[in-house]
Design a protein around this ligand. Structure first.
Ligand code: SME
Length: 189
């Protein structure tokens, strides 16, 4: 058996006949005190986490955990992925959530239909909002694309009204583009 020692942030799986060892530190659980610097760090951390990763679940699970870490006052951070016309629950952090969202339903369905981010300051005022966690008060949904085609959404919920600022929405859109790049690399075979 060969042992290949490659510095990387996250462990790589066993490959046929070889073990990839990771030698550099794991995720550095440190935030910036300046809010915009923290958002920039969040984008770069997600980029670093996904770099070299080609497994869908491994990449999205780590991305949801990183977003939950960098963003304060978040009760849910995760993914819904299109299967046919429905959205199906993907990797997430938070309480168990609705497993399926029908075409066009809820904030997530709207982001898929419009192919644009949807920022909701008060979910109780959003017609058709799907309450998976009764604590949620505001929500931001970013559509995700693979090869230019809609693939799913990144969904963030907060128990605080109007939690997400326009600035955060911009940085989370950037994060979405980083995730789109990862999706293009994912190996589905
Ligand atoms: N609130 C979402 C449903 C998903 S949960 O927030 C995790 C919606 O209205 O689409």
């Amino acid at each position: 058996m060969r042992i290949i020692n490659i510095p990387c942030i996250f462990p790589f799986a066993l490959t046929s006949g070889a073990i990839l060892l990771y030698t550099s530190p794991m995720f550095e659980a440190k935030k910036e005190t300046n809010p915009e610097a923290n958002l920039a760090l969040m984008v770069e951390s997600v980029r670093a986490i996904l770099e070299g990763e080609t497994d869908l679940v491994a990449g999205l699970a780590n991305a949801s955990a990183a977003l939950k870490f960098y963003l304060n006052d978040i009760n849910w951070s995760g993914f819904y992925l299109l299967k046919g016309k429905d959205l199906v629950l993907g990797p997430f952090q938070g309480l168990p959530a609705c497993a399926r969202i029908a075409e066009g339903k809820g904030v997530c369905g709207k982001a898929v239909m419009d192919k644009k981010p949807v920022l909701v300051e008060d979910v109780h005022k959003f017609p058709g909002h799907i309450a998976c966690d009764s604590a949620s008060a505001s929500e931001l949904v970013i559509p995700l694309f693979r090869g230019g085609e809609i693939f799913g959404v990144l969904d963030l919920d907060s128990p605080r009204l109007a939690r997400f600022t326009e600035l955060e929405a911009e940085y989370l859109e950037q994060t979405g583009k980083v995730i789109d790049g990862f999706l293009d690399r994912v190996n589905f075979s």
